[in-house]
Write a new protein. Sequence first.
Length: 94
Amino acid sequence: MDKPSDFMIMECDNHYVLINKKGNVENHTHLKKKDTCHLLINLVCRKEVPRSPYLRTSAKRISRNKKYIREIEIKEEKDKQRQYYFNPQKGVRR
């Protein structure tokens, strides 16, 4: 649905704004690096779910594909249920 030509990267003071030209006003996101903008464009066009929580939120914002947005939301729900490893400290020796 989305093609790389549908996106525009604008440079602001110290960050970049990635805009979906075919979307509404809310179809934009703010990123620090231009390489990250290109990475996010490629992920959205290939419909791959990003690993980073911030990039997932950004991908949901710039995408217009409802099915892709639902896949990202499913992945976010799975990560909330995930059990993380916790290494308790048994005591400190001096």
